[in-house]
Design a protein around this ligand. Structure first.
Ligand code: AMP
Length: 206
């Protein structure tokens, strides 16, 4: 964010959470956002899939959850993220993609960021109609994108993850920015970027 004399008005590292149901485009948007903003991208789903492929200790522990579309236990997810966030590449900021997914994880995140001297900048809530989501996921064709598993993941989203939005709205001052994600990749990305810019700009002026 540039001020009129070219200095950065907002010096704290950006920590963004990309939030939304499976298939709303979190991964795609997180990657583009991280590139454009010059910050890191951390996807817990990608981290787990890599760990499973390499059959690491964590990989073996999370495999059955990831492949059945269940949530990996909070402890294990939070521990993985806490370890990852220690790395220097996250010092300048991060787009979190797929984490937190439960209130317990949100609380764990708050603690880890505090320990790192960082704080959450905003939660970006991507919204896409369910029939579009199902169509996108079926076309993506990942191992956990089979119809019954998709249904299970959407159910878990509604039961465990969606309540997080209410949690952020009522228990924190962190802005929740809702974005209509039912458009092409560039359009959605522009919507997110301009929402972030106007929100951070208005916060910096307060
Ligand atoms: P994703 O790539 O974000 O769709 O995640 C794929 C799968 O990884 C999910 O269906 C879960 O099994 C697991 N996973 C990823 N992130 C989390 C998380 N924050 N909490 C629990 N499980 C997760």
């Amino acid at each position: 964010m540039e001020t009129t004399d070219g200095r950065r008005a907002h010096t704290a590292p950006l920590v963004l959470v990309l939030f939304g149901a499976p298939g709303v485009g979190k991964g795609t948007q997180a990657q583009i956002l991280a590139e454009k903003l010059g910050i890191a991208h951390l996807s817990t789903g990608d981290a787990f899939r890599k760990a499973i492929a390499a059959q690491t200790e964590v990989g073996k522990q999370v495999q059955r959850y990831v492949e059945s579309g269940a949530l990996v236990p909070d402890e294990l997810v939070s521990q993985t993220v806490a370890e990852e966030l220690q790395k220097p590449q996250y010092r300048s900021g991060v787009v979190l993609d797929g984490f937190p997914r439960t209130i317990a994880q949100a609380q764990a995140l708050e603690k880890m960021l505090r320990n790192l001297g960082m704080s959450l900048t905003a939660v970006i809530n991507l919204v896409v109609p369910e029939e579009v989501i199902i169509d996108r996921l079926v076309k993506r064709g990942r191992k956990d994108d089979q119809p019954e598993i998709i249904r299970h993941r959407l159910e878990i989203y509604h039961k465990e993850t969606a309540p997080l939005l209410h949690y952020y709205q009522t228990h924190s001052t962190i802005p929740v920015i809702t974005i209509d994600g039912n458009a092409d990749i560039d359009t959605v990305n522009q919507r997110i970027l301009s929402a972030i810019k106007s929100r951070i700009h208005s916060d910096a002026q307060q």
